[in-house]
Design a protein around this ligand. Structure first.
Ligand SMILES: NC(=O)c1ccc[n+]([C@@H]2O[C@H](COP(=O)([O-])OP(=O)(O)OC[C@H]3O[C@@H](n4cnc5c(N)ncnc54)[C@H](O)[C@@H]3O)[C@@H](O)[C@H]2O)c1
Length: 277
């Protein structure tokens, strides 16, 4: 593929939660289209979250894959819950790669299978990461897009749980997850209005179940086997209770590219028809 065929040539993209899973898939695909990547991840576990998060080795592997796809990459170990830390990390990436064009606010946590109704630390960890973390990501990145002055595209990764409460089981974890992911739609709509004068488009993507370590881990698999919650994963399309990270990446690639130049303020499910049931 020649430089002119790559629709994101010379773009700089920030991807949070880039250490593995969907974030890694987005980062590598953006690099394949010519973007350089500021790859952010916590690279540590969160006490209240009952499965392991990505490690520094995972983030380094993402960086290796981004470079193999032809992009430059700066790994940033930062917690999206901490605005100052995130800002400092993003600044280090901008110092190396230049001002930002694209943001994929993807970092998130869940605690499917933690059925406790009173679990404040779990509620707080989920809302702080999935909702405040997305607002922090906007705050840490959009000023750079504005400084660059050529517009940009921001994609906020929500969930089918940002558009429906199906599968709600009364647990603190599910309340927090659905509330945080619905909240992301509010952030997206408000940001689409706020940033339109700068030609910055803001949209949200709503995956159904995706085959990543967030749900393919010992805790969730054991809990879902012992306490099945089929309403969570029902889909209209057959044999699609889990989609692949690449399916979500394909929607992200369209949203950040020139073919979506007049698309802003919308929510796109990639869920095999879960939300519409
Ligand atoms: N997997 C699914 O079924 C599914 C479905 C719908 C939506 N989502 C959403 O998609 C996004 C990506 O999830 P995934 O499936 O790739 O899961 P994942 O657990 O594989 O990846 C999430 C990444 O975010 C990082 N992260 C978590 N908390 C962080 C923090 N505070 N600061 C910085 N990084 C942090 C993790 O280390 C990990 O690398 C999340 O927002 C998730 O809620 C996932």
């Amino acid at each position: 593929m020649g430089e002119s065929d790559r629709q994101l040539a010379n773009a700089v993209a920030v991807v949070t939660g880039a250490g593995r899973g969907q974030g890694r898939s987005h980062a590598v695909a953006l690099a394949g289209q010519g973007a350089d990547i500021i790859a952010v991840d916590l690279c540590a576990d969160i006490d209240a979250i009952p499965y392991p998060l990505a490690t520094k080795a995972d983030l380094d592997e993402t960086v290796r894959l981004v470079r193999a796809a032809g992009g430059r990459a700066v790994p940033v170990v930062a917690d999206v819950r901490d605005l100052e830390q995130l800002e400092a990390g993003v600044r280090s990436g901008v110092d190396e790669l230049g001002e930002i064009d694209i943001v994929i606010a993807n970092a998130g946590v869940v605690a499917i299978g933690d059925t406790r109704t009173r679990a404040e630390p779990v509620f707080d960890a989920i809302v702080d990461t999935n909702l405040k973390g997305v607002w922090n990501t906007l705050a840490a990145t959009v000023p750079s897009i504005v400084r660059k002055g050529r517009g940009g595209s921001v994609v906020l990764i929500s969930s089918s749980q940002g558009l429906t409460g199906r599968g709600g089981d009364g647990s603190a974890a599910m309340f927090a997850y659905a509330a945080s992911k619905h909240g992301v739609v509010g952030l997206m709509r408000s940001a689409a209005n706020a940033y339109a004068p700068h030609k910055i488009r803001v949209n949200s993507v709503h995956p159904g179940g995706v085959a990543t370590p967030m749900i393919l881990n010992d805790f969730v698999v054991r809990q879902m086997t012992e306490n099945p919650n089929p309403a969570l994963s029902q889909t209209l399309l057959p044999d699609a209770s889990l989609v692949e990270p690449q399916d979500v990446t394909d929607a992200v690639l369209w949203l950040v590219g020139p073919r979506a130049r007049y698309v802003t303020g919308v929510s796109i499910p990639v869920d095999a028809g879960h939300v519409v049931m």
